[in-house]
Every structure is written in C-alpha cells, then in structure tokens.
Design a protein around this ligand. Structure first.
Ligand code: MLC
Ligand code: AMP
Length: 512
C-alpha cells in the first residue's frame, strides 16, 4: 500500500466533508484529493520518478500538504525541512539527499539563492516568487499540467515514502528513511488505540516538518476522516478560543505548548468551554509530573503522554481511558511494536531496572540514508537501539518510563539539538578557542541550549556577538540562549570536558 493512496481512498469516501480548515479557509476531502492529483501531475511533468527525493522547505501552509501527498503519490521520497534552516544547512540536506526538486517560498529562496545556484542537480520551484526570484514559480508550472492525469502509486510497502533528517552526535545530520509500511502501520496502530473517528475535530498547531505534526497529527486526522482545524503557528490564546468555538475533540502538542497553555488558562476569565474535548496528547520531550498534575487540576483533563522518535514514529502510548494514564510514564508499546530494556552488556534487564530502550516492529525505519555504518551501529538484528534510557514497571513488566538519554542530546521545546553541531559553529569563530554546549533546565523550553566558551586572548567579541554568529549559520532553535565566557573548561584527569559539572553549576543561572 501507498500512504497517499490510502488517504486518497479516505478522501473519496468523505467527499464534501471539510478535511482541513486552514486559518478560516475550508478544503473538503474532494478539494484535497483534486489538488493532490494536480500536484502529482506537476511532479511527473517535472520529471520525478519512483525513488527521487523531493525536498520541501515551506512555512506551514496548505500547499505543503498537497505537495507531500503528491510526492508520495508519484513514488517520490518526501523530505520535509525545518522552515528555520539557514542556507548552509539547506546545502547539506539537498546535496546529502541528492534531491532532484526543492520547493520553497520566496523569502527562503532569497535566503538560500546563492547556495542553490551551486547545486546544479536541484530544480527549485518557488511557491510564491518575490520580485527578485529567478526560479520557476509554482502557479505557472501548475497551469501547465495535464488535467486528466491519473495517479498510479508506483511505490508501496518497503519503498521509501520520506526521509526525515535528525541531528547526529557527530554534528552531521542523518536522514532517517521511512517506508510506506512504516508510516501506514503506525498510523493504523494509533487510529486503533486513540479511538480516532470521523467525529473527531483535531486542532493542529504543530509544525508540519516533523514526525509529530505530519505523520501523527495530520495523517492521523485524515485517515480517520476527521476535520482538521489548522493554525499556521501555535498561539495559546487562539488555541483555547478555537477549542471552544470549533468544538474540537483532539489536540497534540509538546510540553512547552502545554506549559504555555496552562499559563494562559490561569490568566483568562472566563475559561474556555472544553466540553467537546476528548483528549489532549503530549510527546516529543519529557512531560514533567508537575505540569501533568497542574494541567489536570486546572482543566480536569489528564494529558495522554506518548513516546516516539523520527526513526520509529510512535512507539508507546498511555491508554485512551484516562484512569489508565500515569504521570512520568509513556505507557505501553503500540500494537505491533515490541520493546526491550537492555543493559550496556546487551542483556535484557529485569523490570524496574534502567537500561537502553530497544524497539522492533513495522514502525522501525529502514536505516540512515547513505550511512551504512551508522545504520549498522544502531541495530542489533531488527532491534533499533533508541539511545533513550528507561525501565518497565515491575508491577506489570510492561508499562514504560523514560528516564534519560545515553546520547548527548538537548531537547528544547520539542526540537532536538546535538551539542557537537553548535560547538563546531562556535569553534569556527576566529575568537573562540574552545566551546562546550549543554542543555540547562528552562521553565519554558524544558532545556535551553547553553554555551561555555574559552576565548583567544584579548578579543573584544561579546557573548551577544557569538549568539548572532550562530543565528547567521543555524536554525534559531539551535542557537545558544546563553553564552558564558570562561578561563578554562572543567576537565577530568583524562582531559575530557566535564559537562556534568557545567550543568550542575549553572542550572538556574541566567547569564547571557
Ligand atoms: C523557537 N525558538 C526556539 C524554539 N522554537 N528556541 C528554542 N527551542 C525551540 N523549540 C526560538 C526562535 O528561534 C526565536 O528566537 C524565538 O524562539 C521565538 O520564535 P517563535 O517562532 O516565536 O517560537 P514559538 O512559536 O514560540 O515556538 C515555540 C514552539 C515551537 C514550542 C511552539 O518550537 C514548536 O512548535 N515546537 C514543536 C517542535 C516539534 O513539533 N517537535 C516534534 C519533533 S518529532 P529569536 O532569537 O529569533 O527570538 C519527535 C518525535 C516525537 O520528537 O516523539 O514526537
Ligand atoms: P526526534 O529525534 O526529534 O524524533 O526526537 C526523539 C526523541 O524525543 C526520543 O528519542 C526521546 O529522547 C524524546 N521523546 C519523545 N517523546 C518523549 C516522551 N514522551 N518522553 C521523553 N522523551 C521523549
């Protein structure tokens, strides 16, 4: 089966029912299907064949959805890119993936124009060309497509549907290859355990370039024949208002979103009417027990926490029955997904004991794009070693708790940041001798990217200069929120930088 084919079948069933209401513009299931067909014709006309990579860096807008489903329809491999990636980051993703086509908007095109000029194999299509844009525009291209085009879905099953880049410990992002089977099996498992139905009204406030907003929320809603109310960006006031006005039933967010929603809830009077709501779902980063409890005290809703990752989409979830949900636990393996907790000697540990979480099932990805060594290191037989640390409840031997990570990773507002990438950028600054980047606790983002630097002598460069230097080269969420200059970084007897010491000493600090 082809994922876009599955969604098209649903669309034919639901016809004139609203599928997506994007900032007040309604697209029915018929509109969606017609547009996906139209975009598919365009892709074929532009030469996209089975297995070709098509990259999309577009702000959250309806064209993104038409395109991503069209890419899959014609057997292409979709590469959603973070809207915040800067020119050099784009160069890496397009060249590493060997993308044939790149869809972007006028503003981002201008930002990356120079780099795009050097990538000869990539055809760029600008969705809304600005005056200066010289590349082909989407509207003109669409006007030239075959109106009778029929989709044949040349890719299915284990063929790739998407490559999603995730940052890597070495500072080099890895493309996680996801097949149609990976995505369809996971979508069906979530449909079953979350009781999705065509009566659902999903409020969608997440970015579309991650597993969470794309495969779990958007595709989950479409597969159910639900109506999706889509906001271009998350805003807590608008979220509460929309839940009441549109009688929403489902919301998905990361802990930062729930923290901001709770703060807003406490400020607003009267409170929003939540009687239509069925479930608030949270994931992508640890949900603190205090937030879980405070949200329930305030709204009477117990958040449903689930656990996943780019490489395996969703892995575990708390039950849909609220009394079965527990703070700090991510619940149980999804149908068709197996979990093991393994010691550093690769042996299964007993329930209650912490080890690395290993996952197996149809949800587990096909490996990292053109990184066979990294892929081999990440697997033991068919088991994917997640790098997350957890344990299973001794009471039932199954309920999963995630307690930390064996990999050096910062999760800020649900976005992953590997310190090495930021350290490399800082160390490329002429004034920086060495840098260490860690995540420090943060009320809003959960963790904040924080840099400790040793400067070359007598340099006038300030912490703000270094933050600006990073902003010119990296997506905003990766940039340090604080930079501390030090005479030396703490090291152990072996000369290894002691990041734990930095975390202990500076947790709660507010330097910049
Ligand atoms: C934005 N900024 C961030 C940030 N997001 N900084 C740190 N961490 C983040 N997550 C920075 C911007 O660069 C900007 O910096 C400033 O904050 C304000 O930007 P903004 O655009 O106004 O931010 P905001 O809209 O408030 O976004 C915050 C957010 C967003 C939490 C709503 O980050 C978000 O939607 N996060 C969800 C990410 C997600 O979907 N993750 C799922 C991954 S999949 P400046 O300096 O320019 O002001 C996955 C698997 C799974 O993990 O299990 O789901
Ligand atoms: P990503 O690479 O963006 O897909 O991020 C996946 C990582 O997010 C996982 O490996 C976990 O470390 C983390 N994560 C996702 N959901 C949860 C959760 N509910 N609790 C704790 N960590 C989570």
């Amino acid at each position: 089966m082809n994922l876009a084919g599955v969604i098209s079948e649903v669309a034919r069933r639901y016809g004139d029912k609203p599928a997506i209401v994007f900032e007040n513009t309604t697209y029915t299931y018929n509109d969606l299907d017609r547009q996906v067909r139209h975009y598919s014709a365009l892709l074929v006309r532009l030469g996209v064949r089975r297995g070709d990579r098509v990259a999309i860096q577009l702000p959250k807008r309806i064209e993104f959805i038409f395109l991503e489903l069209a890419v899959m329809s014609v057997g292409g491999v979709m590469l959603p890119l973070n809207t915040d990636y800067q020119a050099e980051e784009i160069r890496y993703f397009l060249s590493d993936s060997g993308s044939r086509l790149f869809f972007t908007d006028g503003r981002r095109f201008e930002r990356s124009q120079e780099v795009l000029g050097t990538l000869r194999q990539v055809i760029t299509v600008v969705v809304d060309p600005t005056d200066g844009a010289t590349s082909m525009g989407l509207k003109t291209e669409l006007d030239n497509t075959d109106p009778n085009f029929e989709r044949v879905y040349p890719a299915a099953g284990d063929d790739l549907a998407a490559i999603l880049y995730t940052s890597g410990t070495t500072g080099k992002s890895k493309g996680a290859m996801l097949s149609h089977t990976n995505l369809i099996s996971n979508m069906k498992a979530l449909h079953e355990i979350w009781d999705w139905s065509d009566r659902d009204i999903l409020l969608h406030v997440l970015p579309l370039f991650h597993v969470h907003g794309l495969f779990v929320a958007l595709h989950g809603g479409l597969y159910a024949g639900a109506t999706i109310i889509m906001h271009e960006r998350f805003d807590p006031v608008k979220t509460w208002e929309t839940i009441e006005k549109e009688k929403c039933t489902v919301l998905m967010g990361v802990p930062t979103i729930y923290r901001r929603l709770l703060n807003q809830w406490q400020l607003s009077e009267p409170k929003a009417d939540l009687s239509s709501m069925r479930v608030f779902i949270c994931g992508s980063a640890p949900l603190l027990e205090t937030l879980f409890n405070r949200f329930e005290q305030a709204t009477s809703f117990r958040i449903l926490e689930r656990y996943g990752m780019t490489e395996a989409v969703m892995v575990a979830s708390n039950p849909i029955e609220p009394t079965g949900r527990k703070a700090k636990s991510v619940g149980y393996a999804l149908p068709g997904v197996e979990i093991r907790i393994v010691s550093n000697r690769d042996e299964d540990v007993v329930p209650g004991q912490v080890g690395e979480v290993w996952v197996r099932g149809d949800n587990v990805f096909q490996g990292y794009w053109q990184m066979s060594e990294k892929t081999a290191e990440s697997f033991e037989d068919k088991w994917f070693k997640t790098g997350d640390l957890g344990f299973q409840d001794p009471l039932d031997g199954r309920r999963l708790f995630i307690v930390g990570r064996s990999k050096e990773l910062i999760i800020s507002g649900g976005e992953n940041v590997y310190p090495k990438e930021i350290e490399d950028v800082l160390e490329s600054h002429h004034a920086v001798k060495e840098a260490a980047v860690v995540g420090l606790p943060d009320d809003d983002f959960g963790e904040k990217v924080s840099a400790f630097v040793v400067m070359n002598t007598d340099d006038k460069t300030s912490p703000d200069d270094l933050i600006l230097f990073c902003k010119e080269r990296l997506a905003g969420y990766k940039c340090p929120k604080m930079v501390v200059m030090m005479d030396a970084l703490p090291r152990n007897a072996m000369g290894k930088i002691q990041k734990n010491e930095l975390v202990e000493k500076f947790s709660g600090a507010n330097h910049s």
